[in-house]
Design a protein around this ligand. Sequence first.
Ligand SMILES: *[C@@H]1O[C@H](CO)[C@@H](O)[C@H](O)[C@H]1NC(C)=O
Ligand SMILES: *[C@@H]1O[C@H](CO)[C@@H](O)[C@H](O)[C@H]1NC(C)=O
Ligand SMILES: *[C@@H]1O[C@H](CO)[C@@H](O)[C@H](O)[C@H]1NC(C)=O
Ligand SMILES: *[C@@H]1O[C@H](CO)[C@@H](O)[C@H](O)[C@H]1NC(C)=O
Ligand SMILES: *[C@@H]1O[C@H](CO)[C@@H](O)[C@H](O)[C@H]1NC(C)=O
Ligand SMILES: *[C@@H]1O[C@H](CO)[C@@H](O)[C@H](O)[C@H]1NC(C)=O
Ligand SMILES: *[C@@H]1O[C@H](CO)[C@@H](O)[C@H](O)[C@H]1NC(C)=O
Length: 363
Amino acid sequence: MKKPMEGFKILFLSILFSLLLSNLGLATAQDTITPTLSIRDGDTIVSAGGSFELGFFSPGNSKRRYLGIWYKNISTTTRTVVWVANREAPLTDTSGVLTITLPGILVLRNATNGIIWSSNTTRTMESPVGQLLDSGNLVVKDGNNVNPVSFVWQSFDYPCDTLLPGMKIGRNLVTGFDWFLSSWKSTDDPAPGEFTLRLNTLMDFRREFYSYNGFRCHNGTDNDFQNRFMGWRLFYQDWGSNQSTKRVVLNPSGLVQGRLWNSHKIDWQNYFTLPTDQCDSYNFCGANAICNTKHGECECLEGFIPKSPMSWNQLDRTEGCIKTIPLACNNSDGFRKYTGLKLPDTSSSWYNRTMSLKGCEGL
Ligand SMILES: *[C@@H]1O[C@H](CO)[C@@H](O)[C@H](O)[C@H]1NC(C)=O
Ligand SMILES: *[C@@H]1O[C@H](CO)[C@@H](O)[C@H](O)[C@H]1NC(C)=O
Ligand SMILES: *[C@@H]1O[C@H](CO)[C@@H](O)[C@H](O)[C@H]1NC(C)=O
Ligand SMILES: *[C@@H]1O[C@H](CO)[C@@H](O)[C@H](O)[C@H]1NC(C)=O
Ligand SMILES: *[C@@H]1O[C@H](CO)[C@@H](O)[C@H](O)[C@H]1NC(C)=O
Ligand SMILES: *[C@@H]1O[C@H](CO)[C@@H](O)[C@H](O)[C@H]1NC(C)=O
Ligand SMILES: *[C@@H]1O[C@H](CO)[C@@H](O)[C@H](O)[C@H]1NC(C)=O
């Protein structure tokens, strides 16, 4: 009586085991890279839910090869790439191979085994796995651990020009780690271009502003920035598959665009664009002038005139305005209060907390 039962158990266990194995085998083929399973140019892996794909591609009219992540099931004429590994080190042929090496580092090599790009790790792992998650995040972890805390590396920490739901921008005030977007040089070249999008302060939503090289914008009094970027920056969140078709992109000309996939029109649509008008451009009107968002026009402050009327009339406002009568610092000079204005760039200003407004005027 005992023996057949034992046999049955063993049979049952081995069926279970082979089922488990075949499941593992499937998962491996689909969304993961292991030390025994590398990715060559032409191969791709697809996230478990089918939202994202990782592989080699050539952007725009370029012939160069890059390792990147794009939307799997969005069929526009051009691929929508959301992340690129070897942005600054393109491959010149289709010899690229992505592997994961034993301490847990993703390595991209060329035909002569030269390292083109690699990830990073602070930990040694026994069975490192690279996995493309359905959020578009490429992660390195030990074995089958799915706890985000156990990720030793993730592409979400190294954004290119695209912010996906669950990614963040900002600075870790403890470690100083800075998450920011940088534009592509052009649609043919994903190397870091002219513009970056960063958060300068993390503590106070209202005082946050975003800045590009030579371009600044500050929406001072409301939570506009917070509303638009809500959920994009603070923590990793599980948004469900709905959200995988929404992104913020910093394009090569410095525009920040919120893009939403419209499955009826089968195309991306803007749900916001920054800057909203020319008044958002840093120093658009020059010194001592106001940019009026109603008309998109520059106006000198009261008592000021254009420094160079000629260029001012030709709509070049960069020289700004000067006082009609030089400051005499006698009783005919004083302070005037303006309301409804955003503050100028105060990122390198200081103020005296103990001084009153009257005290300041008296100086
Ligand atoms: C992509 O595929 C996923 C899973 O099948 C689905 O939930 C999602 O709606 C698809 N997205 C688009 C834009 O078709
Ligand atoms: C491969 O990469 C290495 C290191 O970047 C480089 O020296 C070598 O020329 C490359 N080989 C080819 C065939 O591109
Ligand atoms: C890996 O991390 C170390 C320490 O954080 C850093 O110095 C190094 O530049 C990183 N390497 C790469 C390839 O990112
Ligand atoms: C900030 O931007 C929003 C939307 O563009 C606008 O409604 C609001 O008036 C702006 N706030 C200021 C202080 O300009
Ligand atoms: C997807 O969106 C629809 C409509 O906005 C919503 O009813 C549904 O709960 C969402 N599903 C997920 C998984 O977020
Ligand atoms: C202030 O100084 C200006 C220029 O020196 C002079 O024209 C004006 O009369 C002075 N006003 C008073 C109130 O002293
Ligand atoms: C700040 O203002 C107070 C009060 O007017 C003054 O005593 C102090 O010297 C000022 N501090 C600085 C650094 O200017």
